[in-house]
Ligand binder design. Structure first.
Ligand SMILES: [Zn+2]
Length: 232
């Protein structure tokens, strides 16, 4: 290949690389309604409601309290009528909804610190554990016993929509379930974006939250770097 055509090839490569990176970013950078739920469980999906944990000014999907309700709507674990009641409550007190949003975001960071530590085989910092315990004491497990017509008992969540903080119990329950019932080898953090996910492969070899997004981005970058080195 002549020097000129080599240069043209390299410029084309840079162009393809940049277009692909923009395209891959656009897949992620939408609103919460389009957010990929790749965590494998509710609490990891919740942790992953920011674009990246590796960048300080990353995309924020929890823009207001209503984004949290949208997140629960996507999870499809509570009736829409319940979410509508919470929406009404939040609409009636704007400042309370801001406080609730901050509380949810603080829990999200707390969960990230805990599970990120576990993913790297380290013990979570004591401060993070203490904070998690405070959340448990305050919001964990709002349940009631039900006796059904077929003579059996059920323990169901209380969905009375008395407080806009209620949905936090579902996130805490999911976190407790993972901490107490899941092999820690299955808890992973994506090396590219910092999203936390449950590795559901048999050999625990999943490296990226989503091979088609972060995996593809890393492969493309590595390929680009190799080509760049060949050129120099
Ligand atoms: Zn990722």
């Amino acid at each position: 290949m002549s020097f000129e055509s080599k240069n043209q090839y390299f410029l084309l490569l840079i162009f393809i690389y940049k277009v692909s990176i923009v395209y891959l970013s656009m897949i992620i950078w939408n609103n919460i309604a389009d957010l990929y739920l790749d965590g494998g469980c509710l609490c990891f999906d919740f942790i992953n409601t920011r674009g990246s944990w590796k960048e300080l000014d990353s995309k924020e999907f929890l823009e207001d309290y209503f984004s949290i309700l949208e997140f629960f709507s996507k999870q499809d674990i509570v009736p829409e009528s319940y979410l509508e009641k919470l929406k009404g409550l939040a609409n009636s007190d704007y400042f309370q909804s801001i406080e609730a949003l901050n509380e949810f975001k603080t829990l999200r960071e707390n969960l990230y610190i805990i599970f990120s530590s576990i993913a790297s085989n380290a013990n979570p910092p004591k401060k993070a554990i203490n904070q998690f315990n405070l959340y448990l004491a305050k919001y964990y497990q709002r349940k009631k016993l039900l006796f059904t017509e077929s003579n059996s008992y059920l323990i169901n969540p209380i969905l009375d929509a008395e407080s806009i903080m209620e949905p936090m119990s579902f996130i805490l329950e999911s976190a407790v379930e993972i901490l107490t019932n899941v092999d820690s080898k299955k808890i992973k953090e994506c090396g590219e974006c910092g999203w936390v996910f449950l590795d559901k492969t048999k050999n625990n070899r999943q490296k990226w939250c989503n091979p088609k997004i972060c995996g593809a981005r890393v492969k493309m970058r590595n390929y680009y770097q190799r080509q760049k080195q060949k050129q120099s």
